[in-house]
Design a protein around this ligand. Structure first.
Ligand code: AMP
Ligand code: FE
Ligand code: FE
Ligand code: ZN
Length: 288
């Protein structure tokens, strides 16, 4: 296992581990530095940091904001954000409320399609966390409408599937600005993804996206990620160098799931943490 994992989800969003459970797992696997990057919430950070102090795991405060781009998934990570920053919390709360309304809509659409799921059940599955499509997928699975999690996305709630419902989102540039104002380092998450045949599927023009987000304060590019082979990593390292961005990486851990890496299961060089921290310090000196 690796010592660094800068992309993890807890029960504060759609992960299966509570923040203290996630930190215990990191300690058990000898992962020394983790970042908690829940979707649209920093609620998991304080209890993870408390557990981290006890167990000798450094816990970096983070967040992952899913942004609004036509036809694409663009996620912006924010590292070293102040979890109590007022504007950040007000805006994230607004996004989370949008998630609840959207889950209700999805339940309606699914029911109309002959795959009834109860909205209340989706909320129950989400518990305290930001409700999202994985919770809807779980409800579909429980109701016996699909046999696997993947099938739920393919058949019903994937971006191009019939029960997909949009929700309130920021633009990538707005997310970067918000993270900077909250004292954090904005990083473009998983910049390339692959289709089911393993081909690179870039639904956004990466160069145009970078121009726009760097102008809004973007400072980093996620470069080490599950299934990113050496060629992809080199490609992203080259882009980062060209644009003067720091690189980050992690597993996007959502819980121990088959075919997904465990915490620390993606190679991330230790120096990444130092450079990320330096970028944060520089940003703090320039701004505010
Ligand atoms: P949401 O933020 O509610 O739109 O849900 C996005 C989350 O759904 C992602 O962070 C993943 O955890 C999960 N997800 C998205 N697409 C898939 C997929 N095809 N298979 C499994 N999980 C997915
Ligand atoms: Fe997720
Ligand atoms: Fe993401
Ligand atoms: Zn993530």
């Amino acid at each position: 296992m690796n010592e660094v994992d800068l992309h993890t989800h807890t029960t504060a969003s759609d992960g299966t581990h509570t923040p203290p459970q996630l930190v215990s797992r990191a300690a058990k696997l000898a992962v020394k530095v983790i970042a908690i990057t829940d979707h649209d919430s920093t609620a998991g950070v304080p209890s993870a940091q408390t557990a981290g102090e006890r167990l000798g795991v450094e816990v970096i405060a983070g967040v992952e904001i899913n942004t609004d781009v036509p036809g694409a998934e663009v996620h912006i990570l924010g590292y070293f954000v102040d979890p109590d920053h007022e504007e950040l919390n007000v805006e994230l709360a607004r996004i989370r409320e949008g998630r609840v309304g959207r889950a209700r809509k999805m339940a309606e659409v699914l029911t109309g399609m002959g795959a009834p799921v109860r909205f209340e059940r989706i909320l129950e599955i989400a518990g305290e966390g930001s409700v999202g499509r994985p919770h809807v997928a779980q409800a579909l699975l429980e109701a016996g409408h699909v046999a696997t999690f993947g099938e739920a996305f393919e058949k019903y709630i994937g971006r191009n599937s019939p029960a997909y419902v949009e929700r309130m989102k920021f633009t990538p540039a707005e997310a970067c600005g918000l993270i900077r104002r909250a004292g954090g380092v904005p990083v473009l998450a998983h910049p390339v993804f692959f289709d089911r045949y393993g081909a690179i599927k870039s639904s956004v023009n990466l160069e145009a996206l970078l121009a726009e987000t760097i102008a809004a304060g973007l400072l980093g590019l996620e470069t080490y990620y599950p299934n990113y082979d050496a060629v992809t990593v080199e490609y992203l390292l080259g882009i980062a160098r060209r644009y003067g961005l720091v690189v980050t990486g992690g597993t996007d851990f959502h819980g121990s799931k088959p075919n997904e890496p465990d915490l620390g299961g993606v190679y991330v060089p230790r120096k990444v943490v130092r450079r990320l921290r330096e970028a944060w310090e520089r940003a703090m000196d320039d701004g505010r």
